[in-house]
Design a protein around this ligand. Structure first.
Ligand code: XMP
Length: 246
């Protein structure tokens, strides 16, 4: 094609594009019109595109009034759970494992963890709760007892979060009275700053600061367990520091 012909062809294509954008379905937001002046538009664009705040760290709009931030996004949880599973599997290789999980906060963590295992295992639950009117994990009640026989067996005790350590101390005492061969403890989260009992976990997903967190199984008043990430509850919604809960 000759040069002038090329220009004519380009000119024709541009004209057709302009025409199409003018006659486009009006239910689509137009790209020609923007309600903000150009200066503001640039600022907004830069703020949302900052490499330090990728989308997975943003609290989804639905939860923005209740959560102040995402502490651990879903892909990081998934990667860490995979690592923990690999480590546990190699530590218990060749053994017949009994997993004892504490209700209800472990529900998501447990489900994700055990689907990585290929070793033979059995699963049981212990229900633990504090008296509704009281707030410290000192006053624990067992709402569900263990049904499986753990005598002489390898046990992996799974909990959502190791905080003061009172819950795990009580549960471990109870479990050890049943004479398992060995007990290892696996928790998704731990808050080292608040430990009052001498309890340690053998497998820890994430050590977190002293903040009240919800999501990925963890609740506040039985809410937020379904969130796929771990987030920080806003203080005015019941979050903050130094809560004694179960
Ligand atoms: P302790 O203090 O006995 O606490 O180690 C363990 C139990 O307390 C609950 N807990 C939390 N739950 N967000 C929660 O949703 C938190 O930040 C938090 N800290 C402690 C939890 O049930 C855990 O098993």
């Amino acid at each position: 094609m000759e040069k002038p012909d090329q220009f004519r062809e380009l000119f024709r294509m541009q004209k057709a594009l302009n025409e199409r954008s003018r006659t486009r379905n009006t239910s689509e937001p137009s790209r020609d019109f923007h309600p903000m002046p150009p200066a503001k538009r640039t600022i907004r664009k830069r703020a949302t595109r900052s490499p330090r705040r990728p989308l997975l760290w943003l609290v989804p709009a639905r939860w923005r009034n209740e959560l102040s931030r995402v502490l651990i996004p879903q892909p990081r949880i998934a990667a860490r759970v995979r690592q923990l599973a690999r480590q546990i599997e190699s530590d218990f290789a060749g053994r017949d494992l009994v997993i004892v999980s504490l209700l209800n906060g472990t529900v998501l963590f447990l489900a994700d963890l055990i689907r990585h295992f290929s070793l033979p295992l059995r699963l049981d639950f212990i229900g633990v709760s504090s008296y509704a009117a009281r707030t410290t994990s000192d006053e624990l009640v067992f709402t569900k007892e263990l049904r499986l026989d753990v005598r002489g067996r390898d046990v992996l005790l799974v909990d959502d979060i190791l905080d003061t350590g009172r819950t795990l101390k009580r549960v471990l005492e109870k479990l050890r009275r049943l004479r398992p061969r060995r007990v290892k403890v696996c928790v998704l989260l731990e808050k080292r700053a608040r430990r009052v009992e001498k309890v340690r976990a053998d497998y820890v997903g994430f050590a977190i600061p002293d903040l009240f967190v919800v999501g990925y199984g963890l609740d506040f008043a039985e809410r937020y367990r379904n969130l796929p990430f771990v987030g920080v509850l806003r203080p005015q919604r019941g979050g903050g520091r130094n809560r004694d809960v179960r």
